[in-house]
Each structure stands twice: as C-alpha cells, then as structure tokens.
Write a protein that binds this ligand. Structure first.
Ligand SMILES: [Zn+2]
Ligand SMILES: [Zn+2]
Length: 466
C-alpha cells in the first residue's frame, strides 16, 4: 500500500490523499485549495494525478476544502464512484453548484482585467453545469454500514460530528494476506454541540490520518457561547438595534437559528425578528430538514415531542431567498437580527447589510467564526475606524462582538481525547489539515501525551510506502 498527500498538509485546505492498494487507486477527498487567487487557480485546475486513473473517491464531508474540486475531477476524466453519506451527497448538490457559480464570477472579473491588457481570457476551473454533471457519480451509504469498494477494501463511515453528514472514514484493507485498518478522521467536531451527534470514538487503527486545525489551541465552552449569544441579542434588543451576523451558510447558520429558536422558546429572549438572508443557507437548511438520522438525541426529542415546531423555523424567523426581499430589509428598523453570508464578509449579501448598518452605534456586528487575515471580517474584528465596502469608506460606529465558542472543529484537548480511545495504538500516524505550527504541536501531543510512535507531518506530494 502507498499513500501520497496531495493537499491539506501543512495547511488546512485542498484535502486530497491518494491511496494505492492492490493496484487499486482510491482518492480520499477532492477538496479545493483556497489561498491567493492565482496560486489557487493553477493548483486547482491542474490535478496532481491523471483523473482517469483514479478508481473511486471516498468523500469525508461536503465542505468545499474537501469536496470542491470534484466537478473538475469528473470533467478531467474520472468515472468511478464517489462514495459518501446521504447528507453529504445532498449538501454537495447545493454547495458544488454554488461553488461553480463563484468560479464563473471569479473568472469573469479576472477576464475583464485581462481584456484591458490585451490578454486572452481564462476558463473557470469548473462551471455550474460541471458541478451538476458530477452529481451522477455520487453514491451514498449510511453511517456504520460497511461497504465493499473493491476486493480487499471495505469502507465504513462513522459520525464525525463536524457538519451534517460528516464522516470519519475507516478502511479495512486486506493486502497480500495481511489485514489492516486505516482510519481517516476527516474534520472532527466537538462533543456537546447542538443538532449534531458527538464524534464517534474509534478503538483501533493501524494507520491513522488525523486533522489538526486547532492542534495548538483550546476553545471556549459551548454553553458559554450560547449565553454570550443571548446577551448580545438582548443588549441590541434593549436599544432597538440591528444585529448583523456574517455566517457560513452551511452549518453555522443552522446552529444559530436552532439556538435562537431554543432561547426564544425558553423565554430567555424576546421574540426578536430574525432574517436568514443567503440563498445557499436556505437550500442547506432544507437539506438539514431531510436528515434527522444525523441529529443528536436532544434534537430528535425536540422533533418527537413537538410535532408542530421545526428546529429551523419559528414565529419570528423569516427566510429571504430573493434579491428583492433582501433589499427590503434595508427599510426595516431594529430590533432585529440579520444572518447572512459569506462567513468572512468577503462576498455576498452580507456586504450590503454591513454597508447599511455599521455607521449606526445602536447596531451590532456579531462575529461567530474565524476570520482570515485581509478579509473584511478580520478588519471588523480589529475594529478599524473605517472599512472599505464596494469601493466606499464606511465609519465603523456599530459595536463589534466576537463569540469564539461556535467552532465546528475539535480543539487540541478534544483531539487528544478522541485519539486516546484508540487503544490499539496506530503503528503509523499522519497529522494533516492544520497550519504547520498547529500540526507540529499536535504531533508532539500525540507522542508525549499518548505515546504514539512514528508520527509524521507529511509534506505536499510526499509518498509513503506502508
Ligand atoms: Zn470541514
Ligand atoms: Zn476542512
């Protein structure tokens, strides 16, 4: 067996790991690399292997850094099965098309500039059409339902508790009469988050691939985050302010809606009007409604005991799919909450809401996710006195509140705790999906805290014989 790491090593994006087992070529994830525009374009467009030589793809979850290059893989000649959970398949139907739309718009913008310089136009990495075509190759299997991919390779998905449909991938492999288990953690969630089940503990692995996004940091507790959310909304409510929340369309938005629903139902918040203003978030929410099999006990009880109420819908909540509905929000006064994408405020409808609301000191910008350097979201976190939106400068007079406890990734201690349940210690461990410092710190933790041997932080395109 051989493994080559083609992405998400010493960085967090572009997850792609290629396995060769009994001459069969199996790809784990086919994510988009997300970095500087030009580098990303070149890396994503040119796959590091011949696509038609890949026999099958196993997909851990629907996030674009894991699934986002699938349409390009199919366009480039891949014709095998794409194996994932049911919810991942359904989320990909919405998310890959959205990503195709973004690729088309990105290239349109670049081509305008190129035309002015007399340069030939560029092609998008893939289009919405390519994204829709790639859906033909998906096939879904349930959690903990072992499935034979090829002779000597069986896959089982375990709930990773990171996003709807997210999976830990276990491959039971028989090669030359030797049985081994390779476990790929995918992205691991946190215990006790709403809606999703806790990450399933795995007790045996011969070879382990483990993520390390927060391999050197710890998060705030979830209950603290919920209480902080209540306070921020209540404070804004008391002064009639508008709370504007840049939020990732899939996952974070549904968590916020669910918590606001709970807080209002429990009488801990007044029934403040809440608007979800993102077409992708609205599509993703309908996918959440289709997959109660992936919910935790609390959410299932909610559904069982209250047949009238919907976890993602309540009296004062409105979804605003159309552009007209979105624009109408500008005319409304607070108190109210507007949840919109993108999560780092770099694109999408959120920019209009920020432009319209941040100059009023009664309003609040609520940041609920990590903000990358050089994004509008990061400038708001840093409380720049003025920020540029659509080429104009706006004075930042609104309050800015940050809640860090909503992370969908296990922190250092939670990762170590999860790995500690692997009682038959892996002979080989690869630390992936983390910035360099984080992955190296986590390698140390696995060696010192858990006594794991042979822990490696691979380099890009590095191959290991196993
Ligand atoms: Zn993820
Ligand atoms: Zn990821």
């Amino acid at each position: 067996m051989e493994i080559t790491f083609h992405g998400a090593v010493r960085t967090v994006t572009g997850s792609q790991h290629l396995l060769s087992i009994n001459g069969y070529r199996l790809l784990l994830d086919c994510g988009l690399y997300q970095g500087k525009r030009e580098e990303s374009y070149t890396r994503n467009r040119n796959l590091p292997f011949p696509a038609d030589e890949i026999d099958a793809l196993v997909l851990s979850h629907a996030h674009i850094d894991h699934s986002g290059n699938i349409p390009n893989l199919v366009k480039s000649g891949f014709s095998g099965d794409i194996i994932c959970t049911f919810a991942t398949r359904d989320l990909c139907a919405a998310m890959l098309r959205d990503s195709g739309y973004i690729q088309e718009r990105d290239v349109e913008y670049v081509n305008k500039k190129r035309a002015r310089k007399g340069e030939p136009p560029m092609e998008p990495i893939y289009t919405q059409e390519d994204a829709m075509d790639s859906l033909h190759y998906f096939m879904a299997i349930g959690y903990e339902r072992p499935y034979q991919i090829a002779p000597g390779i069986r896959v089982t998905f375990y709930d990773a508790g990171h996003m709807l449909g997210s999976a830990i991938v276990a491959l039971d492999i028989e090669e030359n009469g030797v049985q081994r288990r390779l476990v790929f953690s995918g992205d691991l969630g946190r215990p006790n988050t709403p809606i999703l089940r806790d990450p399933v503990r795995i007790d045996a692995a011969d070879i382990l691939l483990i993520e390390s996004t927060y391999g050197n940091r710890t998060h705030d507790d979830f209950p603290n985050a919920k209480e902080k959310l209540r306070q921020v909304i209540q404070n804004a409510y008391d002064v009639g302010g508008v709370v504007v929340v840049p939020s990732f369309a899939v996952g974070r938005t549904q968590t916020l809606v669910y918590l606001l629903n709970q807080l209002i139902a429990e009488g801990r918040l007044p029934p403040v009007p809440v608007f979800v203003d993102s077409p992708l978030a609205i599509n993703a929410t309908s996918v959440f409604q289709l997959h109660p099999e992936a919910y935790d006990d609390e959410t299932r009880t909610f559904l069982r005991e209250d047949t009238v109420r919907d976890p993602f819908g309540f009296e004062s909540l409105r979804y605003t799919p159309t552009v007209e509905q979105s624009k109408e929000l500008n005319a409304l006064d607070g108190p109210m909450v507007i949840i919109s994408a993108s999560g780092m405020a770099e694109a999408g409808r959120i920019q209009h809401h920020l432009a319209h609301r941040i100059e009023n000191p009664a309003n609040t910008v609520l940041i609920v996710g990590w903000q990358a350097p050089d994004t509008l979201g990061r400038r708001l976190v840093e409380r720049m006195p003025e920020v540029k939106i659509f080429g104009d400068w706006f004075k930042l007079r609104a309050r800015v509140e940050v809640i860090n406890g909503f992370s969908a990734h296990a922190d250092r201690d939670e990762l170590v705790e999860w790995a500690s349940h692997i009682t038959s210690k892996p002979a080989r461990t690869f630390v992936v999906h983390g910035e360099m410092e984080s992955s190296l710190a986590f390698k140390d933790a696995l060696e010192k805290d858990l006594g794991f041997a042979e822990v490696t932080v691979p380099e890009l395109h590095e191959t290991f014989a196993l």
